[in-house]
Design a protein around this ligand. Sequence first.
Ligand SMILES: Nc1ncnc2c1ncn2[C@@H]1O[C@H](COP(=O)(O)OP(=O)(O)OP(=O)(O)O)[C@@H](O)[C@H]1O
Length: 368
Amino acid sequence: MTASGETAAAGEVALRVSDLTKHFPMGGWGRSRTVLRAVDGVSLDISQGETVGLVGESGSGKTTVGRTLIRLYEPTSGRIEFEGRDITRASGARLRRDVRRRMSMVFQNPSTSLNPYLRLGSALAEPLVVQRMGDAAWRRDRVAQMLELVGLDAAMASRYPQELSGGQRQRVGIARALITDPSLIIADEPTASLDVSVQAQIVNLLERLQRELGLTYLFITHDLALIGHISHRVAVMYLGRLVELSPTDQLFAEPLHPYSAVLASTRGTPEHRIIPAGEIPSPIDPPSGCVFRTRCPIARQRCAAEAPPLHQAGPGRFVACHFPGELGLSAAAHSARPQPADITFASSTTAQPQPVAAAPGPPHREKG
Ligand SMILES: Nc1ncnc2c1ncn2[C@@H]1O[C@H](COP(=O)(O)OP(=O)(O)OP(=O)(O)O)[C@@H](O)[C@H]1O
């Protein structure tokens, strides 16, 4: 069965990303031209109603993936299919209708994404104006409806962003993201700038909205406890590459990629942490072969010679490693699975009837 067949059985494919690259030119000309490989050959399917967590250390390319998917950045190569349409090069009216209306981003810092001189009502109505949706009266009603949906009073439409708390501002950011009735939300560290107690409220709100509106989420975060709670599957990035894509529980219990093992070990006790050697290399001059090999505790000669493709390594499990699963977690790290002690979430994602078994759609996936 192909990856798309498996996905269809679990739920419609909302987003299909194939071999996506985003390179930023860094200067030079001809042979001396240098590029920064922020995203390098990422393939991934996301099912409707699913939450995929995108993790990886700073600079691994997570935000660039998000911004390229929503077409804030022009992809260098690859293909993006969204709701059955090829949106890789969509422009003009198609970009507005097929991408911007149906896909939204929630940003880390709601303060910087809201104009301080604009009343919230106008800020919220802006995407509707751009999309030419409804008349002024309809837009006013829609704004009031969205404010209430995210747990705010409709009268807040007349306020300015600086009159709100951080949590309220993020609720407005979410309302604005939802106002054009999108199906896919790319949430880029949506709780990182908030107090811990407020973080839980925002996470609970996002979960409720997913249930009520059938939303699909790509959730970008450094917070592994949050990812463990909210995601059905986790995509792990390292230096612009997708190195593992697995159901959340399996990724943390039995990581296949050594870098996933590093991440999973940070959830255990300090003495069982796996610390990779050195620093993340530059995406301007990535290592030959496997990009993780310069820091990998189990790297061998083959890893320098051959870049491991992302391939299927079990049901719903995809990894880009020549020796998957070799760097497992120690038994002690396995048993120590701390939960976010100071965050109380209302519900568990795994209890929801959501699709889990989607597959990435990489060029090297198994058939059968
Ligand atoms: N507009 C840009 N022009 C040039 N380089 C960029 C641009 N945006 C990002 N980069 C580079 O691309 C690489 C990936 O950055 P990106 O922000 O996507 O990583 P990230 O994983 O989201 O990091 P963080 O978690 O810190 O946000 C980094 O080396 C970054 O410096």
